[in-house]
Design a binder for this molecule. Structure first.
Ligand code: IVH
Length: 701
């Protein structure tokens, strides 16, 4: 798609635009200028979303994108439908009209073992008259299938599979899958109208983040990335689709009609050739994953090798698809009424198993949420033994139709915690019992409450033992303050022994206390005290996360730590100011604000500070004059040095110049008559505002 030469030239164009002098004189020549800017944005989208190998930072991409938005707003007549700004449609989608596929979307015949595959190969050899067949093997992506139609090089339509004949048109949503090009030069191959099939997926990493977010909001997580992808196709708010970071692999050209006049390149004659063509046109096809081999034995080898890598892949696959490589031979073999004869899916062992729901226990979490946990008959799934499994809330239990005594289907995909897929009501005997929710806290017996807009019941007694203990467990946990060998069991033990009563008391545990417990020798006492001591120096984001503020997960905690100098800065911010920060929405800002309004919480922080816990964000030390990792912006008329010299100086010390004021900015250097940038920076407490003199001093220390 982009060779070395083209990549180099696009990079230098990028540098020119980032210096922001490229827009000058564009009024006369608006269209070529805009197209150049669009080209570099498309290139960087491709580097990021298709190759997973970006050449510029998100910030730089955003600033170029904003520049394009600005120019396009000034010249609406010059906007093209494949402009990177045209992915987001206007408003909410009302409905998804039914569309007929150009070619019915058949499914594949399945095979589960070597025997099935050998049988299939025997039939293919018989029908083709070949002694040995050339196959193309590729992953079977586990997502939601879609079909795309491009006409005259533009994405015309995206459709769900539906019943195979017709599906729902979801073009607006698929425009937000950023690895899908809005235009692609099919005309070079003499193709005017083309229908392509592929799979939309959410990669494991994004799936985990998505589930974490649901959990932070008290919602039930999804069982697997396939459900997450499938559930995302028909969302009515395209922007939400954009936020889910879906990806698409395209693996089959089902139809194309020609226009010989535009043809410059030969039409591919093999399936692998088609995957290469799609790749060359900027799509994510399994070009890198596929393998062309002769004979079924070599296919089996590929399957075994690929299955070994299954857990290491960034996305879920549920098998391998084997296709006859020669397209003319595919035509000759044709279809049965259900499946093509030229392809077969080899399915990997399922990561699902059936078990029995024996009973439900109710656990109280650190925020008081009462979570039902199902106890199930021990079963092996995806290599681990499962005996209990969260069933989240009443709505979830209703949705999955769960009763005590039910046979249930459970799944463990990738490294995700096991989930119940559904109950198997066919197997009921009539002895199953409904799951009854308690009215009072199972630990402190206080009455439970459920806010109307929430899914979970809560114990609101903040001194409830369960909550206190869970807050401490969270505080010492690996992703928070990471106090090694403290752990859940020890928290409970120390609490019961009266050594700890709340989070700050952790830092007052004595060697004598620990030594009085069975199994705590001198060595383990000193190890634990050392770990407690070491945790005092943890970076600020771990402390923020460890406080267990509702809706503040690790990502938000990092964004908060980035934005302030000191944890008490957060206490000084209004809800409105908090909302300005990266990764902080309405709900989160309200929750943070309320946390710091609570005098008990502020007092707890003071006590932690008195024990010597680091409360400051670790900004890079200025030793040896290095500005590594720091970001700068100059504004106003500079009198002590030239802007270009100063910027060079920053860069030569390893610092970075940003294009605008945002929470990512560390220092704003202000000359005379500074205007809006200074005003904006004053509203963000994390930005240090320096005079030219201050800046000079800084570069000399
Ligand atoms: S080829 C006419 N290739 O698996 C053949 N399908 O039941 C078109 N799938 O509906 C399908 N990865 O959603 C093909 N590399 C791949 C695939 C793949 C996943 C899905 C697809 C299809 C189902 C087969």
């Amino acid at each position: 798609m982009y060779n070395t030469e083209k990549t180099k030239s696009l990079q230098s164009t990028t540098a020119k635009w980032l210096a922001q002098d490229a827009g000058e004189g564009m009024d006369k020549n608006i269209q070529p200028g805009l197209e150049e800017l669009r080209d570099i944005l498309r290139f960087h989208e491709y580097r990021y979303y298709v190759l997973n190998n970006p050449l510029i930072s998100d910030f730089e991409y955003d600033s170029l994108y904003k520049l394009l938005e600005k120019f396009e707003a000034e010249h609406p007549e010059a906007v093209t439908r494949d402009s990177p700004t045209q992915r987001v449609g206007a408003g909410l989608i009302k409905d998804f009209p039914k569309r007929q596929h150009l070619v019915p979307m058949l499914s594949l015949a399945n095979s589960y073992n070597e025997e099935d595959l050998l049988d299939w190969d025997r039939k293919v050899r018989e029908l083709s008259g070949l002694e040995e067949v050339e196959y193309c093997a590729e992953p079977k992506f586990d997502g939601a299938s879609i079909s795309l139609v491009y006409e005259d090089d533009h994405l015309e339509r995206a459709t769900t599979r539906g019943d195979g004949e017709t599906g729902d048109e979801i073009t607006a949503n698929m425009r937000l899958v950023r690895s899908l090009p809005l235009s692609a030069a099919f005309s070079q191959y003499g193709m005017q109208q083309i229908e392509i099939r592929g799979e939309v997926l959410m990669n494991k990493n994004n799936f985990k983040k998505y589930n974490d977010k649901l959990a932070e909001e008290g919602l039930a997580p999804l069982a697997n990335p396939r459900n997450a992808a499938a559930g995302s196709l028909r969302i009515k708010d395209s922007k939400e689709v954009g936020r889910r970071n879906l990806e698409a692999f395209l693996y089959h050209v089902s139809y194309h009609s020609g226009n010989a006049e535009t043809q410059q390149l030969p039409e591919p004659e093999t399936h692998a050739g088609m995957l290469n063509m799609l790749w060359e046109l900027g799509f994510r096809s399994p070009k890198q994953e596929m393998k062309v081999v002769k004979g079924i034995k070599a296919v089996l080898k590929y399957i075994h090798e690929f299955e070994q890598q299954r857990d290491d892949l960034p996305y879920e696959i549920d098998g391998i698809v084997v296709k006859v490589n020669d397209l003319a031979m595919q035509d000759k073999l044709g279809m049965t009424s259900h499946h093509p004869r030229w392809a077969i899916a080899y399915k990997f062992k399922a990561r699902q198993a059936t078990s029995k729901l024996l009973g439900v226990e109710f656990q109280v979490g650190r925020t008081g949420a009462v979570t039902p946990v199902a106890k199930i008959a021990a079963v092996q799934v995806g290599g681990v033994t499962v005996t209990s499994i969260s069933v989240h809330n009443e709505e979830y239990i209703r949705e999955k139709d769960l009763k005590i005594g039910d046979a249930i289907l459970i799944e463990r995909s990738g490294d995700v915690i096991p989930q119940i897929v559904r109950s198997l009501p066919d197997q009921r005997t009539g002895t199953e019992a409904a799951i009854v929710f308690p009215k009072t806290c199972p630990v402190c017996d206080d009455e439970l409450f459920k806010p109307e807009d929430e899914a979970v019941w809560r114990c609101v007694n903040i001194n409830c033992k369960a909550q206190v203990v869970e807050r401490i467990i969270h505080f010492v946990s690996k992703d928070a303050m990471d106090i090694r060998s403290f752990g859940e069991a020890n928290v409970r033990r120390f609490y019961d022994a009266g050594f700890i009563t709340d989070v700050p008391s952790i830092y007052h545990i004595t060697a004598d206390q620990l030594g009085s417990l069975d199994g705590f020798g001198e060595r383990s006492v000193s190890n634990l005290l050392e770990a407690i001591e070491a945790s005092k120096k943890q970076p600020l984001h771990r402390l923020i996360y460890g406080l267990g503020i509702r809706y503040v997960g690790e990502t938000t905690a990092k964004a908060l730590a980035q934005a302030v100098d000191n944890i008490f800065d957060l206490a000084k911010m209004s809800e409105e100011q908090l909302k300005q920060l990266d990764d902080v929405g309405v709900k989160v800002s309200k929750s943070i604000y309320e946390f710091f309004q609570n005098e008990d919480n502020v007092q707890m922080l003071s006590r932690l500070q008195d024990s010597g816990i680091v409360m400051e964000a670790k900004k890079q030390q200025r030793s040896g004059g290095t500005l590594e990792g720091q970001t700068f912006l100059f504004t106003g008329t500079l009198t002590k040095f030239k802007r270009s010299e100063a910027e060079e100086m920053v860069e030569s010390f390893g610092g970075k110049i940003l294009g605008g004021v945002s929470s990512k900015l560390n220092f704003l250097i202000v000359g005379e008559d500074a205007g809006s940038k200074l005003e904006k920076a004053k509203k963000i407490p994390a930005i240090k505002i320096l005079s030219e003199e201050d800046f000079l001093k800084m570069t000399k220390t």
